[in-house]
Design a protein around this ligand. Structure first.
Ligand code: SAM
Length: 304
């Protein structure tokens, strides 16, 4: 994955971005994956897992703001949040900025990611792990959401901040995982998940559409361009039974955002609504995947 002073991402065979390693901070195999954290002259500190860039100091705000403020402000009355993955702590930091949030459970499979990111990427979590509202669970996310010791309808928002569907992250794109998340959502609860860069990983979108369609009435995707998730916009899966949640009027979103008293560098209410407008090729691929599901007879009854 890297020679002396260059890190080569290996997510795709035949294509990849590379970064100068201006200062190597940590590299080793954890119990679950290869982990490297290094400094790069343009993106700041960078963490990669199993050859795939996970997060950089320079552009993490885009991804973390869009995967938290969109579902939380769309819902409007979020008290309890579940984060699956998210070991770098950036997602936790953004969720905790909402005063309405009373409790965040974060289920991360790899304790080493949490510990090493607290040490080498301190600006990501920015003390979030010390917030009394946080319940950190070191466990496989698919096991957690299917553990019937966790009561049904426990969470208003569930955020899957996982790796790509390779290695430990693969199960977080399974029907078993989506089924477990749906069980844990409240009636108006919203599920969102990182769902890859469709120009290179369109099958991730269609597979999620095909699987998630069974469990929610409103299945959609929204997007943002995150520079180090290379090759165009990244999609975020959206699933809820609340057919209004995706269509909150701008004036209402603006009021909720103002009331949250949160300052952002990427998220705005206008960007929130615009993010749900998808390019034609992605819309077509989703529609075909859902239609195939409906023909096979087990998509969720009402579709928006
Ligand atoms: N922003 C990144 C992206 O879009 O690919 C994700 C960042 S975050 C570091 C991904 C986290 O998911 C990692 O900490 C990894 O350990 C965790 N993870 C992978 N598989 C998991 C599983 N089955 N259960 C819980 N956490 C998991």
């Amino acid at each position: 994955m890297h020679c002396e002073d260059t890190y080569q991402e290996t997510l795709y065979s035949g294509y990849g971005q590379n970064f100068s390693i201006d200062r190597l901070l940590f590299e080793d195999h954890t119990e679950h994956q290869h982990l490297i954290i290094f400094e790069n002259r343009f993106f700041g500190r960078i963490m990669a897992l199993d050859g795939v860039i996970q997060t950089t100091e320079k552009d993490e705000f885009i991804y973390h703001e869009m995967l938290t403020h969109v579902p939380i402000l769309a819902h409007g009355k979020v008290k309890r949040v579940l984060i699956i993955g998210g070991g770098d702590g950036g997602m936790l930091r953004e969720v905790l900025r909402h005063r309405s949030v009373e409790q965040v459970t974060m289920v991360e499979i790899d304790r080493a990611v949490v510990d090493l990111c607290r040490q080498w990427l301190p600006n990501h979590c920015a003390g979030a792990y010390d917030d009394p509202r946080v319940n950190l669970v070191i466990e496989d996310g698919v096991r957690f959401v299917n553990n019937h010791g966790i009561a049904d309808h426990s969470f208003d928002v569930i955020i899957s901040d996982c790796t790509d569907p390779i290695g430990p992250g693969e199960v977080l794109f399974s029907s078993e995982f989506y089924r477990g998340c749906k069980r844990l959502l409240t009636d108006k609860g919203i599920f969102v998940a990182q769902n890859g860069v469709p120009f290179m990983q369109l099958n991730e979108v269609t597979t999620t559409a095909h699987r998630l369609a069974s469990y929610v009435s409103d299945l959609h995707f929204y997007s943002a361009a995150v520079p180090t998730y290379a090759c165009g916009i990244m999609t975020f899966a959206w699933g809820t039974d609340d057919l209004k949640a995706r269509h909150i009027p701008l004036v209402e979103l603006e009021a909720r955002f103002a009331h949250s008293n949160i300052t952002t560098r990427y998220y705005t209410p206008e960007v929130h609504l615009a993010a749900f407008a998808l390019p034609r090729y992605i819309e077509t691929a989703i529609a075909e995947a859902v239609a195939e599901k409906q023909q096979s007879g087990n998509a969720s009854p009402s579709r928006s």
